[in-house]
Design a protein around this ligand. Structure first.
Ligand SMILES: C[S@@+](CC[C@H](N)C(=O)[O-])C[C@H]1O[C@@H](n2cnc3c(N)ncnc32)[C@H](O)[C@@H]1O
Length: 271
C-alpha cells in the first residue's frame, strides 16, 4: 500500500462504510462520494497500518476500538459554517421574533447542529445586543466532539470573521496577542450564555427539554428522506407551541411535518 497517493475504496468497501455511517450518524453517503470518503479516511487507514479499507473497517468495528470509530466518524461530518450565516435569520431574530414572544419571560434557543460554534454565538450576540428579552439561554449541540471542543474554546481565525457586524466585533470579541496574534475570541460574557452538549440527532433526544427557537440548519441535507422526516418530527416535539424553527435555505420541509407552518423562507412556526 502506498501512503503517498490516496486510494479510493472499491464498491464493496464503500458499501461497508456507507452502512456504518448511516447506522451511526444517520448520514447517507451516495456512491458519488466514494472519492470523498477516500480523501477523508485514507490517512487513518495508513496511520493504523491497515492493508485495505476493509481491514480498517474491521479494526474500527472491534468493541475495544471505540476511539478510532469516533475518530473515523468525526472525519465524515462536514462542518462548514460561519458567523451570521444566512443573515435574514438574524434579522428575523432581531426584528420579528419579539412579536412572537411577548408572552414569554424566558427564551430558550437550541442550535441543533452547531459545528464550531459560530451559529450559537451569532444567536447569543444578537439577543444580547437587541436586549428585548433579558432572560434567555442558548443550548448548542453537535454529534462531533472535536468541533464541540472548538466551539467551547471560541477562538477563531481573524480572516474568517468578515461577516460579523463591526459594532458586534468591537463589543463581543477580544483580539488575540502574542501566540494568538491573528485570532479573535468570543468574550466570556457571551461564552457563558451558551451551553454545549453532544447530541446525535439520529438517536433519542427527548430528554433535551422544550425550546422556543430551534436552529436546525444545513444538516438535514445529509440525511435520507425517511431519516429527515423522523428527525424533524422529533425536533418538532421539543418545540413549544408558537415556537420558531430555522432551517438552511436549501432545505425544504415541504410535506415532511404537518405541525410546522412556513412563515418566511426557511422559517417555520410550530402550530
Ligand atoms: C454544515 S454544518 C452546519 C453548521 C451550522 N448549523 C450552520 O448552518 O452553519 C453540519 C453540522 O451537522 C453536524 N451533524 C452531522 N450529523 C449529525 C447528527 N447525526 N447529529 C447531530 N449533528 C450532526 C456535523 O457534525 C456538522 O457540524
Amino acid at each position: 500500500m502506498n501512503d503517498l497517493s490516496i486510494e479510493t475504496p472499491n464498491e464493496e468497501e464503500f458499501k461497508l462504510f456507507q452502512h456504518l455511517i448511516e447506522r451511526e450518524l444517520g448520514i447517507y453517503l451516495p456512491s458519488e462520494k466514494k472519492v470523498m470518503l477516500g480523501n477523508r479516511l485514507w490517512k487513518r487507514v495508513v496511520a493504523n497500518e491497515c492493508a485495505s479499507y476493509r481491514r480498517y473497517y474491521r479494526l474500527i468495528c472491534r468493541v475495544d476500538n471505540a476511539k478510532e470509530l469516533a475518530r473515523e466518524l468525526e472525519l465524515i461530518t462536514t462542518n462548514e459554517t460561519f458567523f451570521f450565516r444566512e443573515k435574514k435569520h438574524f434579522q428575523f431574530l432581531e426584528e420579528e421574533l419579539p412579536q412572537y414572544f411577548q408572552q414569554y419571560k424566558k427564551l430558550k434557543v437550541w442550535s441543533a447542529a452547531c459545528s464550531t460554534g459560530e451559529e450559537p454565538y451569532s444567536i447569543a450576540m444578537t439577543l444580547m445586543n437587541t436586549g428585548y428579552i433579558n432572560s434567555w439561554s442558548v443550548m448548542a449541540s453537535d454529534v462531533n466532539k472535536k468541533v464541540l471542543q472548538k466551539a467551547k474554546d471560541a477562538i477563531y481565525l481573524d480572516q474568517r470573521t468578515q461577516n460579523i457586524p463591526p459594532d458586534y466585533r468591537k463589543k463581543y470579541f477580544q483580539q488575540g496577542i502574542g501566540e494568538f496574534n491573528g485570532y479573535i475570541r468570543v468574550k466570556p460574557e457571551v461564552r457563558k450564555r451558551v451551553a454545549f452538549l453532544q447530541c446525535n440527532l439520529s438517536n433519542d433526544f427527548s430528554h433535551i427539554g422544550l425550546f422556543d427557537v430551534v436552529f436546525l440548519r444545513n444538516v438535514l441535507i445529509y440525511f435520507s428522506l425517511e431519516r429527515k422526516k423522523d428527525i424533524l418530527q422529533r425536533v418538532s416535539k421539543q418545540m413549544k407551541k408558537g415556537g420558531v424553527l430555522f432551517t438552511g435555505h436549501s432545505e425544504s420541509l415541504h410535506g415532511l411535518v404537518s405541525d410546522l407552518k412556513c412563515i418566511c423562507p426557511a422559517i417555520y412556526l410550530k402550530q
